[in-house]
Design a binder for this molecule. Structure first.
Ligand SMILES: [Ca+2]
Ligand SMILES: [Ca+2]
Ligand SMILES: [Ca+2]
Ligand SMILES: [Ca+2]
Length: 448
């Protein structure tokens, strides 16, 4: 896990941390030349990790268009037609002495000099938002943020960020570049277009353990966007086997065992999803009491090969009279033996068996937890070793008891399910599913 404590000073910039450790930013009413900065305090526990970061812009409010904006040629008038993202610039630095401020003589900075097609005047908020996952500590050369290949376990390292409305001023070049200030101009001369504008969004950090993953680069981090038109088509129970070899996702009625993509809707928010800006929302009713985002594409995957697995869920507090620990939960069809294709029920990860499910907020559910995550079995009794299926086993214990266990080789259904069954009227959202089998994780990001 990464804990971040942005300690931002500076002008017209509000920062906060949401419950997923995502840093939310809100730049507003900056004037050319305004500047500031601070650090994100990063720490991983248990295992050395690579660290990546991603900025997601969720709003570019115009606010007002004052005289300087009109004079500079701001012709776009919509509420979200602001221009600040083109003139607000960032530089990253390694806060080597962990004092929360940039020390130019000793601390390496990336003010865009390593990015082809960039000058050394800063990385615009728009460009950073479009860059996807960028390196904080990984095997990318040169290392331009923390300037280290991995983040060692249990050591805090501080990733610094500077911002400037306009161009940074610098001396030196390459690794010897130093930032000296913020001059409030832009090469285009059009910075006044953004005088009253805002930029709203978030910076997310993501850790990938280094074990079994020797050459990882953040640019390898796969985010597969899944939208409504990417789903496997509606399929009746009688024809379900036709979907077994598909790599697609679908909405699944777990009462009638049908693929029915009308069960939920791809929506924006609720704010702030862990990946992207949207999610899938399911609302239960009296006849549709168990709905899931599901896929067969991981059929046959051995449990031993899974090095990371997580999903995002949001539970609407009290909807349908649901309890305070209600949540979407993960389950998959299991073959305990590694050699059978017979139906043997499901393994189930339920947040309330683990650290719970805070309501009205996104929960990033790590279903491995270094082996400590607790799973139950949907059958009456755990096979071979016995014990009630409702008695949880840790992921590590499951791998000890069933060393050859895998997802069912054909029809290895895996899904995040809403409804146990019901309650009628309950609303639950699902944001993403992430899995790694030795290499970098692939994130399937559900987006409207
Ligand atoms: Ca505008
Ligand atoms: Ca420093
Ligand atoms: Ca403007
Ligand atoms: Ca999403």
């Amino acid at each position: 896990m990464i804990s971040q404590v942005p300690t931002y000073g500076g002008q017209h910039s509000d920062w906060s941390i949401n419950n997923n450790g995502r840093a939310l930013y809100n730049f507003t009413d900056l004037k050319p030349g305004d500047q500031g900065g601070g650090t994100f305090d990063l720490k991983v526990t248990s295992n050395d990790a690579y660290v990546c970061a991603k900025s997601t812009i969720t709003g570019t409010p115009e606010n007002d268009r004052n005289y300087p904006e009109l004079n500079a040629g701001d012709v776009t008038t919509g509420a979200n037609d602001g221009e600040l993202q083109n003139y607000l610039k960032f530089a990253t630095y390694a806060d080597l002495n962990n004092n929360g401020v940039y020390d130019p003589a000793t601390e390496p900075v990336n003010v865009g000099q390593y990015i082809s097609s960039h000058d050394s005047k800063g990385i615009t908020a728009a460009d950073l938002g479009a860059a996807g996952w960028v390196s904080v500590a990984d095997t990318t050369t040169p290392n331009t943020w923390l300037t280290m290949g991995t983040l060692p376990a249990n050591q805090q390292k501080d990733a610094g960020l500077l911002y400037c409305f306009g161009n940074f001023t610098t001396t030196g070049s390459g690794a010897g570049t130093q930032v000296t200030g913020c001059d409030g101009t832009d090469t285009t001369g059009l910075q006044n277009q953004a005088q009253t504008d805002g930029v709203v969004g978030s910076i997310q950090f993501y850790a990938v353990q280094t074990r079994n993953n020797p050459n990882f680069k953040c640019s390898d981090l796969q985010v597969v966007k899944v939208q409504a038109n990417d789903l496997y088509p509606n399929t009746s129970n009688a024809n379900l086997a036709s979907a077994f070899s598909s790599k697609k996702w679908f909405m699944y009625n777990d009462t009638s065992d049908e693929i029915d993509n009308s069960l939920g809707v791809f929506v924006a928010g609720p704010p702030t999803p862990i990946h992207g800006t949207g999610s899938v929302q399911f609302t239960l009713d009296s006849t549709h009491t168990r709905k899931a985002m599901a896929t067969y594409q991981f059929s046959g995957t051995s449990l031993a090969s899974i090095t990371q697995m997580s999903y995002g869920a949001y539970s609407h507090n009290g909807s349908g009279g649901a309890g305070s620990n209600e949540s979407g939960y993960l389950n998959f069809n299991v073959d305990f033996t590694g050699s059978s294709g017979a139906w043997q029920q499901r393994l189930v990860y339920v947040p309330s068996n683990n650290s719970g499910a805070p309501q009205n907020t996104w929960n990033n559910n790590d279903v491995i937890q270094g082996g400590a995550a607790k799973w139950v079995y949907s059958g009456a009794t755990w096979p071979t070793v016995g014990g009630a299926g409702t008695t949880p086993k840790t992921w590590a214990q499951i791998k000890i008891d069933y060393p050859n266990a895998r997802l069912l080789p054909s029809g290895g259904w895996l899904g995040v399910k809403v409804g146990e069954p019901g309650p009628d009227g309950y609303i639950g959202n699902v944001d993403f599913f992430s899995i790694a089998t030795g290499g970098a994780p692939t994130v399937y990001d559900f987006e409207n």
